[in-house]
Write a protein that binds this ligand. Structure first.
Ligand SMILES: [Mg+2]
Length: 379
């Protein structure tokens, strides 16, 4: 099966619920067309932040891909070295992630096999899901209602966001207390400081004071309370708190992920194929985490091809303990699924549709046309 074309599809969809900071969100998908009539679909998380830059980078890699056999591992390697001088990590790798996922999707569709089977098979019959939302712009009532809904819907946990652009331990503790009250004592509760994307990041001592304020509410983990720029402060933080420390969603390449693991940065690692460089790099990151006795909870925050790529990979990794399910009201999360997720009692089963299990029909493309200037911006 040879590649005949590679192209980017940008879409913009309504997003969020009442109270969220933005009501639209863009996404970038890669389509890999083949001479067998199969079209593989992948997503790059770069589409949320720099959608207009994605097509140019895809065009660059297209020169490596057209005419070649669909071999995700080999083609990732060959593409990676093309931009090795200027893009060993970061945006080029993130775009390449979308291509690599599309190659796996094409392979799975061609063989009529779900991705997890191509990777050797699922090692879990089902995995617990946690609902992910709780953005800082929600009012207290909206936040409590979202947490209560997660409980009603059977999720095994809930993840909320701290406000990374303010340092307010008292307010964060009140919001976390509200959520714990809504969840009850048994549901997992995690707090994410959204990569601490802040022009005035918190210091380690500030984070320790905040974690002390949150200690009564039994956090499953504190996610990226420090800027994810250097693993050493993460390791220091881990050594000074009993709260598990998680992170890694924005890391590109397995090699960098391994550096963070070697430094002892994480109790829970959160790689994402659509960022780190694709399924192969994310698998290496998960395996490195296992070698360091670190658990994995895949980062899942995108459209259907991102959700399913992460779920398939998580199902093949023994150290994957939980999967994230965004509850942000994004139609591209649900309407691009080839089959609805099989969720029972707050646990999801391995997706069974071929490849990643996502579709990108002409109808979806027409319904969610790209809106220029719709990049998500922090700050
Ligand atoms: Mg996060």
């Amino acid at each position: 099966m040879k590649i005949t074309d590679v192209r980017t599809v940008l879409l913009t969809a309504p997003y969020g619920i009442e109270g969220t900071h933005t009501r639209r969100r863009s996404a970038a998908f890669v389509e890999v067309e083949t001479d067998e009539g199969v079209i593989g679909i992948g997503e790059t998380y770069a589409g949320v932040y720099v959608p207009e830059l994605v097509p140019g980078i895809v065009e660059l890699y297209k020169q490596v891909l057209v005419g070649r056999d669909v071999n995700p591992t080999r083609l990732y390697r060959d593409c990676y070295w093309v931009t090795g001088y200027c893009g060993r990590t970061g945006l080029t790798v993130m775009v390449l992630a979308g291509i690599e996922c599309a190659l796996w999707d094409a392979l799975g569709k061609h063989r009529d096999a779900p991705l997890h089977e191509l990777l050797g098979g699922a090692v879990h019959d089902r995995l617990p899901l946690y609902a992910s939302g709780g953005v800082p712009t929600l009012s207290r009532d909206q936040l409590a209602a979202q947490a209560a809904q997660a409980r009603t819907d059977g999720y095994r946990g809930f993840k909320m966001r701290a406000n990374p652009v303010a340092y307010q331990p008292g307010i964060e503790a009140e919001r976390v207390a509200l959520v714990r009250e809504a969840l009850g004592p048994d549901m997992l509760l995690a707090v994410d400081a959204v990569q601490s994307l802040n022009t005035r990041p918190w210091s380690i001592k500030q984070v320790l004071r905040l974690l002390d304020a949150l200690a009564p509410y039994d956090l499953a983990w504190a996610e990226e309370f420090l800027p994810p720029l250097d693993p050493e402060p993460y390791a220091e933080l881990r050594g000074r708190t009993s709260t598990p420390i998680s992170g890694g969603e924005g890391i590109t390449t397995a090699a960098v992920f391994e550096q963070w693991l070697r430094a002892g940065a994480f109790d829970i690692a959160q790689p994402d194929p659509t960022i780190i460089g694709g399924i192969g790099e994310a698998r290496r990151a998960c395996e490195a985490a296992a070698a360091h006795h670190v658990q994995v909870a895949m980062h899942v925050w995108g459209s259907a091809p991102t959700i399913t790529a992460n779920y398939h990979l998580g199902f093949t990794q023994s150290n994957c303990v939980m999967l994230e399910r965004p509850v942000m009201g994004n139609p591209l999360e649900t309407e691009m699924l080839a089959e609805p997720l099989d969720v029972q009692d707050g646990h999801v089963s391995p997706p069974r549709a071929p490849g990643l299990g996502a579709v990108l029909t002409d109808e979806i493309k027409a319904r969610f046309p790209y809106e220029p200037g719709s990049a998500s911006m922090f700050g």
